[in-house]
Design a protein around this ligand. Structure first.
Ligand code: ATP
Ligand code: MG
Length: 288
């Protein structure tokens, strides 16, 4: 008898929810009975593993990976002379316009509006620009700032996109023009290495909003971070006239890349690493 029967869709969904490695889903079975038995065994084993991970969190570490990553990256940047800031999660329409995100821009359709003049920030850059505009009047160069916080985009949520995700955005105002590329590379590596990311590569990229920059991409082609530099065409709208470099990292993407096994792109996807009511620290809470 050939072994060409695979797990049913419901079984597959359940095993993925419990964190099965993608390679384990490729098994074939000769009969339904054999398949169902394998499913039950796997489900039991995975649920046990989830319960053990949850026990470790509640009784020992007390800190989910996302929170630990935020803490580690913030400490790394503090030690490099970057000052942490916290700007509002809601921003005025004017800020988006100054970012060049007018109704014609593709990102405009992804913005969550609270009312005609206010939206949830789809990125941290406008808040950092607004704050820096004032700080640059009183502070010396180089001025190094960063923020870590939620950003919101109306995405058709797939494997790699969340509607709410955690961004780390850093900016260094006053980087000498001919040092921008090596500095971007240095800062990219500093953050990714502090986050314990392995096997990533840096690629030159052209973004519709930020212009020429560099992306960090993991070994499965997943974008981890995007960067930008100035003088930039958006700077005059913020009354900023200095050279700079900036990078935005998606922290759930870093976790997805770091925790995903060798077998597949981020293992089971980004959702288990998200701010969530159904997952906690990568553990499915949907267990009996
Ligand atoms: P992508 O092309 O993957 O949709 P992007 O180029 O639109 O990403 P950026 O605006 O460059 O994203 O944002 C900086 C970083 O934030 C990205 O490199 C990625 O790590 C993360 N990011 C962006 N959108 C999302 C999302 N919807 N969910 C999770 N992380 C995201
Ligand atoms: Mg990008």
């Amino acid at each position: 008898m050939s072994a060409n029967l695979s797990f049913s869709e419901t079984q597959e969904t359940r095993l993925l929810e419990l964190g099965v490695p993608c390679s384990d889903l490729a098994q074939g079975f000769a009969t339904k009975a054999e398949r169902n038995r394998a499913f039950q065994e796997q489900e039991r084993a995975l649920a046990r593993k989830n319960r053990e991970q949850l026990r470790l969190l509640l009784e020992e570490s007390h800190e989910p990976a996302l929170c630990a990553l935020i803490r580690t990256l913030a400490a790394t940047l503090h030690a490099m002379g970057f000052t942490q800031v916290a700007t509002p999660t809601t921003i005025p329409r004017l800020f988006l316009e100054r970012m060049g995100i007018t109704t014609r821009h593709p990102l405009h359709r992804q913005v969550y509006w609270l009312d005609a003049k206010t939206c949830l920030r789809p990125m941290l850059a406008p808040g950092l620009y607004a704050l820096s505009q004032r700080l640059l009047n009183v502070a010396d160069l180089p001025l190094r700032l960063f923020e870590i916080g939620s950003c919101f985009r109306r995405e058709s949520e797939g494997h790699r996109h969340l509607r709410e995700f955690t961004m780390l955005n850093l900016v260094e105002w006053g980087t000498p023009v001919d040092e921008r590329i090596p500095r971007l590379e240095e800062l990219m590596r500093l953050v990714l290495d502090a986050g314990n990311l392995k096997g990533y590569r840096l690629e030159e990229e052209d973004s519709t909003i930020y212009g020429r920059g560099m992306d960090a991409v993991d070994r499965h082609g997943l974008e981890l971070a995007s960067s930008s530099m100035g003088p930039h065409r958006l700077d005059p709208a913020w009354r900023i006239a200095t050279s700079w470099v900036g990078i935005g990292f998606g922290l759930e993407r870093l976790l997805m890349s770091r925790e995903g096994g060798e077998d597949g792109e981020g293992g089971e996807g980004i959702h288990r690493h998200a701010r969530s009511f159904t997952f906690l620290d990568g553990v499915s809470l949907n267990m009996k």
